[in-house]
Every structure is written in C-alpha cells, then in structure tokens.
Design a protein. Sequence first.
Length: 141
Amino acid sequence: MTTRIQPEEKQANLLMEGAAAPIRAEGFNHLHINVRDLARSIRFYGEAFGLKVGFSAGKDLIFMVPEASGHSLALHQVGPDEPVGMAGGFQHFGFKLDVNDHDRVIKQVEKAGGKLVSRGKHGGQFPYAYVADPDGYVIEL
C-alpha cells in the first residue's frame, strides 16, 4: 500500500528538515503589453473600461488600474520594429466587468476606438464577446 503525501505534509516535512517552504503565487499582479501609441492606449483603456493611470515607470511605461482591484495593466510604448498586438503566440486577456451587459460595453469599446471581433456562448450557455483594442489585442468580456 502506497501512502500519498499531501502538499501540506511535504511543506511541513521540509520545514522540519530545515529547508524553506516553496514560495507560491497568490494571483496575478499585472499584465504588460507593448503598444504603438501610449496616449491612444491610455485613452482607449480609460474610455472603454474605466481604467485610471496608477503610476508611471518612465516616459514609455505606465500602469493603469481598475478602481476595484490592485491588479494593473502595464502599457509599454515600443518602436516600429517591436511587435504589438497578437504577435508571438499571445491569445487574449479578459476583464471582469461590473455590469454583465455585452451590448453596452461593446458600444463603449467601439466609441473608444476598438472593435468587436466575435461574440457567442461558450458551451452554448455562457455569453462572451471578444473585442480588440487599437493595437489589435483581443480582450474577452
């Protein structure tokens, strides 16, 4: 008979042996994306999703934050030879919204300079919409 050691037991055993317990992620801190025009992206994410500039880490990098969370979206202005948008295997990211109204938020996105990519229902049950920002990043609502 094999005894299975649970993760908590492994941690306790490591501590008893004098080894430090492994450090674990508690969640995401920020998403960092390259953008072509920093001012345009600040305006888009502010108008489309209500994000505010949290702080600047130089003239080409700012962090935007939603009012309800400490997570941030880092916008990094890059030159014409660096990739932006969906290049490099990036799929999409999603925002948790305060109102479940896809029609209304799609209109906000379009007014702010983005566009609707697609919409439907995951598994035939769960409504979704994918929109794109001005650099082409796909955002799930």
